[in-house]
Unconditional design. Structure first.
Length: 314
């Protein structure tokens, strides 16, 4: 039995990889963040273990330095969450830690948005700083003998930060002159990275759509105590947001996925959440249609690792 590669999918993905490389740029986001948990010292663990009749070296224990549920601290944490959500929402994954791909046309917009997050963080940390003394006093009361003033910086300046940059993931041009052979190897290596990025993008889109469709279908089907299940507007609006993001970031590498996304969009087009709550037959119709989309996604995920290979007898 011989193994023959199916060229259609391979060619489509190669073209998608080239297109991705030509239209996207790398964007990296990093954070400086104050640690709020610390392991207990060996002596403290021995003391804690003694109360249980255990040995300290077999005990893992830590202490929480600050009350992270305080509104001022939650405001700081929320900005980091918003920044990460924005970064991931406007980008595609890349097989290098801390790097994602954004459209070249949106670089200025991305820079402005991340700069805004940085300013928001500066303002929020300033407000947290006004409460910092009280938070340390509260920590002293809650931690008792575990409180150690050296665990706390004297000021929050420099303890929180958001940075972003646009690293060059292409082989350096000077390498072409120094070693053409090595330059060619680096070009091939980078092309393989973008090939992998295409697959990562497909996987991410499939999984996200699968979660959204499954959630909506689960909410629309069945009942709780004989009544239709309650669902939030976000069960529908999150899908709408996904469709827009898919339209902007899709590299057109998988026709089957494109068709499933189009079908899902057609099913909910023009449908309002309240309409689904009020109309039982509409709920049932959308639920059954979405179940078919879910089945298609499940099959796509199962077939994906081997769908480029077709076996033929001698």
């Amino acid at each position: 039995m011989s193994v023959v590669l199916e060229t259609n999918d391979s060619t489509t993905r190669t073209l998608a990889s080239v297109r991705l490389r030509a239209t996207m740029t790398a964007a990296r986001v990093s954070f400086t963040w104050l640690g709020v948990r610390k392991s207990l010292s060996t002596h403290q663990k021995d003391q804690a273990a003694h109360s249980f009749g255990a040995e300290g070296k077999f005990l893992s224990a830590g202490k929480k330095l600050l009350d992270t549920s305080h509104p001022a601290f939650k405001a700081v944490t929320a900005i980091r969450g918003n920044a990460i959500a924005y970064w991931k929402g406007c980008s595609l994954p890349f097989p290098e830690q801390g790097i994602r791909l954004i459209r070249q046309a949106t670089v200025d917009e991305f820079h402005a948005k991340m700069t805004s997050f940085r300013q928001q963080l500066t303002d929020a940390v300033g407000q947290l700083g006004e409460q910092y003394g009280e938070l340390r006093i509260a920590a002293r009361e809650r931690l008792g003998d575990l409180f150690d003033p050296t665990d706390y910086p004297s000021t929050l300046e420099g303890q929180f930060g958001i940075e972003h940059d646009f690293p060059n993931v292409e082989p350096p041009s000077y390498l072409r002159q120094l070693s053409p052979e090595l330059y060619q190897q680096e070009c091939q290596r980078m092309q393989s990275r973008f090939n992998e990025a295409v697959q990562l993008a497909e996987q991410a889109f499939m999984e996200e759509l699968g979660r959204l469709v499954e959630h909506l279908t689960e909410r629309l089907s069945g009942t709780d105590d004989g009544k239709p299940k309650v669902f939030r507007d976000s069960a529908v609006t999150n899908l709408t947001e996904f469709f827009e993001r898919f339209r902007q970031l899709n590299v057109r590498s998988n026709a089957d996925l494109d068709d499933l996304v189009a079908n899902a969009q057609r099913i909910v087009q023009g449908i309002e959440p309240q309409g689904l709550r009020d109309n039982i037959s509409l709920r049932q119709h959308v639920s059954s249609q979405m179940a078919a989309v879910q089945a298609g996604l499940d099959q796509l995920l199962v077939d994906r690792p081997r769908r480029n290979i077709q076996r033929r007898p001698h």
